[in-house]
Design a protein around this ligand. Sequence first.
Ligand SMILES: Cc1cc2nc3c(=O)[nH]c(=O)nc-3n(C[C@H](O)[C@H](O)[C@H](O)COP(=O)(O)OP(=O)(O)OC[C@H]3O[C@@H](n4cnc5c(N)ncnc54)[C@H](O)[C@@H]3O)c2cc1C
Ligand code: SF4
Length: 437
Amino acid sequence: MAEEILRHDVEDETTLTYEEAVAEAKRCLQCKHKPCVDGCVAHMNIPEMIKKFLEGEGDEARAVAISGNAFPQICGRVCYQEIQCELKCVRNKVNQPVKIGKIERFIGDTYKNPIPKISEPYLGKVAVIGSGPAGLAVVRDLIQENVKVDVFEKKNYFGGVLRYGIPQFRLPNEIVLKQIEELENAGATFNRDQNLSKTFKLADLFERGYDAVFIGVGASADNYLDIQGKTSPKVVSWKKFMEIVNLYDEPMKHTLFCDVTTITCIGGGNVAMDVVRSARRLGMQAHLVYRRTVDRMPARIEEVQEAHEEGVIFHPLRDPFLVNQREDGKIELNCVVTELFVDEQNPRGLIKNTQENETLLCDMVVMAIGSSVRSLHEEGLETDEYHRILVDETQKTSLDSVYAGGDAVTGSLTVIHALKTGKNAARSILDQLRQTK
Ligand SMILES: Cc1cc2nc3c(=O)[nH]c(=O)nc-3n(C[C@H](O)[C@H](O)[C@H](O)COP(=O)(O)OP(=O)(O)OC[C@H]3O[C@@H](n4cnc5c(N)ncnc54)[C@H](O)[C@@H]3O)c2cc1C
Ligand code: SF4
């Protein structure tokens, strides 16, 4: 087992019962032109998965899902189906789309496709840097082809954003740890505290006999609003905040949280929603500050609605400019009140500051305005101006036998995009190993 499960007191939205899953699957019309498949980033064969499930071939149905995306249990929980496969489902024209995500989740949770344990002689030896979804997808696809895979992760736990970012009420730790355990049981090794470019270099890996390397280091550099007072210890990034929420048994006993009753989060995307909704679950008061109006927030509508229902206090049309720590330890977040105007050039509208200011009082400010790719210092590894690693259509980088995928290549995107690039890279690595064997 890679590591102990740290938190047990998590909610997980109840999955469909078998009868509910069958009833939902029966709504699928098995469309010949498969619009839902076009809507899926990974082009998972959704009607085939549903067909196999209804024929009583649960394991086969799961295998169909896995051939599109490595981890149906995870995607069934976190994919944005309402703007992907379910948006394209023809059932939308009549009433509701088929609940593809819930069916996928049921199949992923219920059935099994054991990965055989690897044995010598191996097809090759591959190093995977980073244990987020992109890296895990590579591990899964290589290990089942009898490739020896070693994962190198800079943190002391595995799973990337699946562990430290996405809150457990949406994706419980157990689900992620189970996938990692399965890969370990099949023969993959997971090595913690291994930081590429700091504790080792790419060249070291080739000297140690690896045939290929996959880089899936994500987009882990926090973006900070450049305002006065941003370096106060009471101003933290979403990453720090969510790491404590997700990885500590009793987050409210953490030194950073123990005196916090009220937070103010800056941002309007899904990450900001995860922060404020997690804060509410810890019993904190949660305020959200956003420069535009609520309907212009980039977050999913249902996340915004749920945050409202859970008691998050929204402060739209506010642009923070100063953080001030008072003598009593409280934090003042000073915002200018903004106005939003229609702008032909920008569909999200033009923001103008008014003369009015507002000060919000809290114990901690959380910045949730996105992340960027951290620069890797590896000679010959070409990146763009935002440090995103440049790859060709096979995920190959500018360096021989080095592949990359996930957010490190695309910038912050989604789990299914990371899984897709991981699968693509695994395919290319397998081609390389077979050609050089
Ligand atoms: C709070 C939050 C919520 C999200 N919710 C959703 C959601 O509901 N649905 C969805 O589809 N997407 C969601 N996303 C986006 C999604 O999680 C990411 O797109 C996805 O995790 C990217 O996968 P990755 O494997 O490329 O990178 P990551 O998940 O970031 O994993 C990268 C791994 O590499 C490690 N690493 C970094 N640098 C090094 C190094 N130098 N050496 C070794 N290891 C290194 C990191 O520690 C990490 O474990 C969310 C993102 C956040 C932040
Ligand atoms: S579009 Fe909807 S109804 Fe048609 S095959 Fe896909 S899931 Fe089934």
